[in-house]
Design a protein around this ligand. Structure first.
Ligand code: AMP
Ligand code: MG
Length: 513
């Protein structure tokens, strides 16, 4: 009998699967803040809502977090609405204090938000996932803990616009409507924003414990924050001085980047000033249309404390309040601690100016030097005298060479009849022509930093009106397409690059909380 062929088993080869599709609930949660002492937060679940609907999911951000954006479905919706809890979540409202318009408030805290946890994203970056508008907490005071669709849409648009402009910011992952009405000046549709941040630690978080003279808590919070955001400060001969230095640098850079795009935060209270250096808490914020250095939008900022040109100084004011909270851990000798902290705060203006001045020269396509800087300031003078559109003036400068008629048209001829501007443009053209860089390369660089699309106020309002009055979110989609790709020409969306006509202009914004 012939020997039977022996076959060697190689076992079963597993079909390669890509693992379970990830929804928000099964991401890699690791909630470090909730492991801090209990006095740092309140453990609280969002208050469920009656009829949630998903209005918008930010697919690219979802992917970045490790979610599969194609499975929006019920599980995600329930989490975004606060009707379900992700498996490994630990839901908390964070405690903080703050100076509001300069007035000390010892306890603010998350009065209408719940942190559902921290997720390690695809790149190992730790991100807070927070629901804003999720119901009352210990910190709600007189508020209802809810948000309405208008401010939620505004925050979604502006934060995503800022991210696309490469400005550090909290992000927006999703908008849901709650199916419930919320009482404001009138009844408005309730909504919840899912906010993503590198953390929600604020100057006000440190101030909360400073107000209670709780040195132990300040030290714990500082150690935690250094570890989370500024690990290199731990190597400094005095880690808390290194920490302060890092926050000063980041804040100076952040505010200079706001100034370079004409952004007005509107409510730079210390509780709205993040320690990570991200733009946070979009309330009555707005981008300027016509340039006006002391422009204020916010209806409650009657003294112009947070006007466009006040922002750099307010940044330092907030950092000074932050530094005060660290004095006790910088050095047990208060005088020595003060000297060290002051020395760090003194680096704020040079750091701010360096970034701002380099950025300004880049905006007009020139290298950074004193002469070019003063040329930029002369342009700003012409712009403020004519109220020329901040965004379009810079964006269209190359057209002074290539298509002067279009330049006039697209900046609404405001600068055309300005005598100084005519002189300015001749000088600028001579300088550009003298540069070694080719004209094409110069224009390319300018187009990469001077946006075509910014979230203009009148357009945001139009998007909100369509949402509320007609349940129509197409204008939102269209606007997001423009502002998330702000440097690229887009013939179909050209109308969104236009400054408002006088009758369209919005002169005031509201907190709308
Ligand atoms: P903000 O205007 O976002 O800087 O909020 C300032 C403070 O007011 C924070 O403590 C918020 O949590 C709280 N707050 C704002 N709106 C509400 C609201 N609708 N319900 C409860 N607390 C709120
Ligand atoms: Mg706030």
């Amino acid at each position: 009998m012939p020997a039977r062929t022996k076959y060697t088993s190689i076992g079963t080869i597993e079909r390669k699967t890509r693992g379970q599709p990830k929804h928000l609930g099964n991401l890699n949660f690791d909630n470090t803040y909730s492991r801090l002492p209990k006095s740092f937060f309140q453990t609280i679940a969002p208050k469920p809502v009656s009829d949630p609907k998903l209005i918008r999911l930010n697919k690219s951000l979802a992917k970045e977090l490790g979610m599969d954006p194609s499975i929006v479905e019920q599980q995600n919706l329930d989490i975004f609405a606060g009707n379900a809890t992700p498996m490994k979540s630990k839901q908390i409202a964070m405690a903080y204090a703050g100076h509001q318009f300069g007035n000390w408030v010892p306890r603010l805290g998350d009065g209408r938000a719940v942190l559902i946890g921290e997720v390690l994203d695809e790149n190992g970056r730790r991100r807070d996932i927070q629901l804003k508008g999720s119901g009352p907490t210990l910190f709600s005071r007189m508020g209802d803990g809810r948000a309405t669709i208008g401010p939620v849409i505004r925050e979604y648009i502006v934060s995503e616009g800022m991210a696309a402009l490469n400005i550090p910011t909290t992000r927006s992952l999703a908008i849901v409507t709650t199916g419930e009405l919320v009482a404001r000046e009138r009844m408005e549709p309730g909504a919840i924003l899912t906010r993503v941040a590198s953390s929600h630690i604020r100057v006000g978080t440190f101030q909360y414990f400073y107000g209670q003279q709780d040195e132990d808590a300040i030290r714990k919070l500082a150690d935690y924050t250094i570890n989370r955001h500024y690990p290199s400060a731990a190597k400094d001969s005095n880690p808390y001085v290194g920490f302060l230095r890092s926050v000063v640098n980041r804040t100076a850079e952040l505010i200079s980047s706001w100034m370079l795009v004409g952004f007005i935060h509107g409510v730079m209270n210390t509780d709205n000033s993040s320690i990570s250096g991200e733009t946070i808490d979009y309330g009555p914020c707005a981008f300027m249309d016509g340039f006006y250095p002391n422009k204020v939008f916010s209806s409650i900022d009657t003294l112009g404390r947070y006007a466009y040109d006040q922002q750099p100084a307010v940044g330092l004011w907030n950092l000074s309040r932050f530094a005060e909270t660290l004095l006790c851990i910088i050095n047990s000798n208060k005088e020595k601690a003060t000297v060290e902290a002051r020395a760090v705060l003194e680096t704020y203006w040079p750091t701010f100016e360096k970034h701002f001045h380099i950025g300004l020269c880049q905006k007009i396509g020139l290298d950074h030097n004193e002469e070019n800087l003063s040329l930029t300031f002369r342009l700003l003078d012409c712009m403020s005298e004519t109220r020329a559109d901040f965004t379009n003036t810079f964006r269209n400068l190359p057209k002074l060479f290539t298509a002067p008629d279009i330049f006039d048209l697209e900046t609404e001829e405001k600068l055309k009849f300005h005598k100084e501007f005519a002189e300015w443009s001749n000088e600028w053209k001579t300088k550009i022509a003298e540069q070694t860089a080719s004209l094409d390369a110069t224009w390319r660089n300018m187009y990469e930093i001077n946006p075509l699309f910014i979230p203009r106020n009148h357009q945001i309002q139009r998007v909100i009106d369509f949402a509320i009055d007609a349940d129509d979110y197409q204008p939102l989609d269209q606007m997001l397409t423009a502002i998330t790709d702000p440097f690229t020409e887009n013939a179909e969306l050209k109308h969104l690059a236009k400054q408002p006509k006088p009758e369209e202009e919005i002169r005031q914004t509201f907190c709308g909380t």
